[in-house]
Design a protein around this ligand. Sequence first.
Ligand code: GLA
Length: 376
Amino acid sequence: MNARDAFVKEFGTEPAGLWAAPGRVNLIGEHTDYNDGFVLPFALPQRTVAAVGPAPAGEWTVCSTFADEAVSFGLTQPGEVTGWAAYVAGVVWSLHENGFEVPGARIAIDSEVPLGSGLSSSAALESSVLTALIDLGGLDLPVERRPVIAQRAENDYVGAPTGILDQSASIRCREGHALFLDCRSYEVEQIPFDLAAEGLAILVINSNAPHQHVDGEYGARRKSCEQAAAILGVPALRDITGAELEGALARLDDEVMRRRVRHIVTEDDRVLETVQLLKAGQVREIGSLLTASHASMRDDFEITVPQVDIAVETALEVGAYGARMTGGGFGGCVLALIDADKADVVTAAVEQAYAEAGFTPPTAWTVTAGAGAGKL
Ligand code: GLA
């Protein structure tokens, strides 16, 4: 069933419209967002669709194709709505907290974004609902201010201490482009990213590894980075340049903290280099930066698991130009930059490596850069 059919079934009438927002793949720039640094995501073709219609003021009801029961709520405080509907209640709360008069609404959700795979299914849900409510209520909220509203839903209502990457990607990405985002100023540059024209493709390999201790580990990484910035006397690790890195590391006593800092500072540089190469049309050449990013996440930031390491190694062995884990870590997906006609070969090799290691089989598919949130 799609979102429109779910709406009709639940509410017995047609929705006023359909709004969609995509999941994302982060090409490079991992854990740099909450360090005020740089990221380069692109939108997935897979998206979440919200079928939305009006309801009396102060009343919201949300149902979905993946949950049995509809959930109704008024204006709530963080924690009052739980489960998947919390992302919707959080968006309503966040808009209200920012001074907007949120229109009452009936909402039916359907999603093609795989859940819990590090492809930002939660940001896609938040962004689809946010875009729908803004349009439905005629709210004056420019696109560049929207990601922060959705992020606040996630940070303060749902309670996940994430950065601005996922919501920015879901809302601000454009088809055929990667989004170069400065996570301090929120300035963006749309970088042309048409791999098919080069005979290339990005293969996404979902490791299907179970996520473990994800929330605690994410928060621990964030805390370590913030402590390091405080010790170094800078507002955020973004303020340490590559040239200053060795000097900064010498001022930190803790070996683990030194590695965390090295990942962030080198990763910011890799994002900037990737952007330069893409702008120069040297797409294959970004491969080594992707692979270096993976090594940095594995050895310095320590957020990978054997399943993603093996997927990266195997993809490289069978000819990928570069490969890395994408997203928050501890499982999730790997992306590999490959010749477009190599997808089957790479997929088969990773499947075989997983079988030999006794892992749950991976799922792989090629992706192109899709569109950001909008009305269908
Ligand atoms: C998760 C978070 C993002 C970002 C990435 C890592 O996806 O939601 O804010 O920190 O991890 O780059």
